[in-house]
Design a protein. Structure first.
Length: 114
């Protein structure tokens, strides 16, 4: 923030809780991107809330992030995970006895024993 404007105490308090809130959302959702979305939504809800009625900001934020995360899971709006092993080809290692392989092997062993 600039030096002429006082810092927003609610924004500072929110930033102090951000790491824990992201961890809570990540545990529920299993995705960093979805966890960040849930925490951002909690910030938007906090900005619309009368903060004078919140007596325990950390508890309020944790509850809101937890509920947002559960709502995301129920609605199916989380990003689908695609298992990588479904798309990877099977790799096979074969022995190459051709002249190029023998030449390479001689070169490697010659350099290794220097």
């Amino acid at each position: 923030m600039s030096g002429n404007h006082p810092a927003d105490p609610i924004a500072e308090a929110f930033e102090a809780h951000r790491g824990r809130l992201t961890a809570v959302a990540y545990r529920v959702l299993g995705s960093h991107a979805d966890a960040d979305d849930a925490v951002q939504e909690a910030w938007l809800r906090l900005s619309r809330q009368d903060t004078d009625t919140i007596h325990n900001l950390g508890g309020w934020l944790t509850t809101v992030v937890g509920r947002i995360s559960l709502d995301l899971l129920r609605s199916g709006r989380t990003r689908p995970t695609v298992p990588l092993d479904d798309h990877l080809p099977e790799f096979a290692v074969t022995l190459d006895d051709g002249p190029a392989a023998k030449s390479l092997w001689r070169w490697v062993t010659r350099w290794a024993w220097r």
